[in-house]
Structure formats: structure tokens, C-alpha cells
Ligand binder design. Structure first.
Ligand code: HEC
Length: 239
């Protein structure tokens, strides 16, 4: 009985959540915390395009730079645009109340966004902004209908429009030559940005993975010695 109740408690909210989600054909995202160049590029993109509105209130510049192998002076010069110090939390100075009036909603802190939403959700969200003249900012999104966020990556991606067949609008096409990046370059940038947010949601995961490799190496070495020792012991007994 307890088990049934537990199963219900777990599955019902998930079912409700997926029913309310959009029916956009989601592309899969697989995070890779061993890929430091990707995480570094994600950090750079985040600092340049997102941090102005979205803080990362539990994340310090220093820890981020250390985890991602970026020297402090480089981080200060290229990634900290405010008068904040390397030991500071990556907060934003975006005023909450005013931004609500500007965008219809205040930009939320994104430290936990890949856990509150799925990393796949964030990846698809960032790729599916499209032109919609009916919205106040002229932009809409395929996985977050009627979103208040402006399309801040428009210059990189270019202009995307939706295509509908028989009333079903499940396709987006890019107007060639309108963005600074090719479609493949943009995909890769969004991968890095999502990967960075995936790291931020649990920085300890990166450390754990690194420690895990050492633990495995240690076990392999220990195992080899134990095996050799074992062979040595039995040699004399069997013959
Ligand atoms: C000009 C301000 C602004 C910038 C810059 C900005 N955003 Fe947003 N963002 C918003 C606002 C406002 C919302 C809330 C939209 C809503 O609730 O309708 C939002 C929502 C989001 C959400 C959805 C959060 C949730 O769970 O509801 C994500 C994810 C996100 N932004 C990611 C980003 C990323 C990544 C960047 C950088 C590429 C970025 N944003 C840049 C204003 C901004």
C-alpha cells in the first residue's frame, strides 16, 4: 500500500507536468562535465549574454574559474563586467520590480534551472525563439509559450520563423544570412551554454566525477597487486 502511494505521489506530478509541457519535438541534450573548453565557452556566453538579467546567486566567480581551469586574472579581465570581485557571488543588478514591468515577469535566478526544468528543456528553449508579431516584444518561444524574455541571441542565431502545415506549427526555419553564426555553430554555442548551466546546478558533480576516476584507478592498481600476491601465495601450495 505504501509502495502504491509512493508511486502515485511520484508519478502524478510528473504526468501533470508533462501534460502541461509543450508538444515541441525536443532534441536530446547530454551534459559533458569533462569537456572544459565547452564549459569555458558556456561561461563566456553566459557572462556576455545572460548575467545582465539572470543572476547565479549560489555561484562564485572564483569557484567557477577554478573548476573550469580559468586563471583568476583572465576571469577578472574577460568575464567580470561589473565592479564585483573574484570572490563575489555572480548576482545581477537587474531591478526585480522594474524588470517585471518591462518583460511581464522578472528574470529568475538560473542557478537551479537545469534541475527545476530538465537540461533538455533549457537546450531546446534557447534554440526555439521565433518571430511572432502578436507578442509585445515581437518574439515567442516553442517550449515556453508567450515567454517574456527578449530574444537576446538573435544576432548570433538570425531570424527564425515558424512554419505551419494543416494548422500544426511544429517547424522553425532560419532565414539564411541573418545571423553571425551558422546553424551548426549556434547549436554548438547553445550546447556549451546549457552545459555550463548544467554544471552550475551542481558544481560538486564535476568534482565527484574527477574523484571517481582516481578511485577507479586506485582500485585497478590495488586489484592488480592483490591478484599478483594471490598468485604468489598459491604457487607453492598447488605444485
Ligand atoms: C533582457 C533580460 C534577459 C536576458 C539578457 C536574458 N533573459 Fe532569460 N529571461 C528573461 C525574463 C524576463 C524571463 C522570464 C520570462 C517569463 O517568465 O515569461 C526569462 C526566462 C528565462 C528562462 C526560463 C526560466 C524558467 O524556468 O522559467 C531561461 C532558461 C532563461 N531565461 C535563460 C536565459 C539565458 C541562457 C540567457 C542568456 C543567453 C538569458 N536568459 C538572457 C530575461 C532575460
Amino acid at each position: 500500500m505504501k509502495k502504491v502511494l509512493l508511486t502515485l505521489l511520484v508519478t502524478l506530478p510528473v504526468a501533470a507536468w508533462s501534460a502541461s509541457a509543450s508538444n515541441w519535438p525536443m532534441e536530446e541534450f547530454e551534459g559533458d562535465l569533462q569537456n572544459l573548453p565547452s564549459l569555458q565557452n558556456g561561461f563566456k556566453l553566459y557572462a556576455n549574454y545572460c548575467l545582465g538579467c539572470h543572476g547565479l546567486q549560489f555561484q562564485r566567480y572564483e569557484r567557477t574559474a577554478d573548476d573550469l581551469g580559468i586563471p583568476h586574472d583572465l576571469a577578472m579581465k574577460n568575464l567580470v563586467f561589473t565592479d564585483q570581485k573574484i570572490g563575489d557571488l555572480m548576482t545581477t543588478s537587474m531591478p526585480k520590480e522594474a524588470s517585471k514591468a518591462w518583460f511581464g515577469a522578472a528574470p529568475p535566478d538560473l542557478t537551479m534551472v537545469t534541475r527545476v526544468r530538465e537540461p533538455d528543456w533549457v537546450y531546446n528553449y534557447l534554440k526555439t525563439f521565433y518571430v511572432d508579431e502578436n507578442r509585445p516584444l515581437g518574439v515567442n518561444n516553442k517550449v515556453f509559450a508567450n515567454v517574456g524574455m527578449p530574444n537576446v541571441l538573435l544576432d548570433l542565431q538570425g531570424v527564425q520563423r515558424e512554419v505551419c502545415t494543416d494548422g500544426v506549427c511544429d517547424q522553425l526555419v532560419l532565414e539564411a544570412g541573418t545571423g553571425a553564426m551558422t546553424a551548426a555553430e549556434f547549436d554548438s554555442a547553445i550546447y556549451d551554454l546549457t552545459n555550463f548551466l548544467y554544471y552550475v546546478s551542481e558544481p560538486a558533480r564535476l568534482e565527484r566525477q574527477r574523484t571517481g576516476v582516481f578511485v577507479l584507478l586506485f582500485l585497478i592498481i590495488l586489484g592488480s597487486f592483490t591478484y599478483l600476491l594471490n598468485r604468489e601465495y598459491w604457487k607453492d601450495i598447488e605444485h
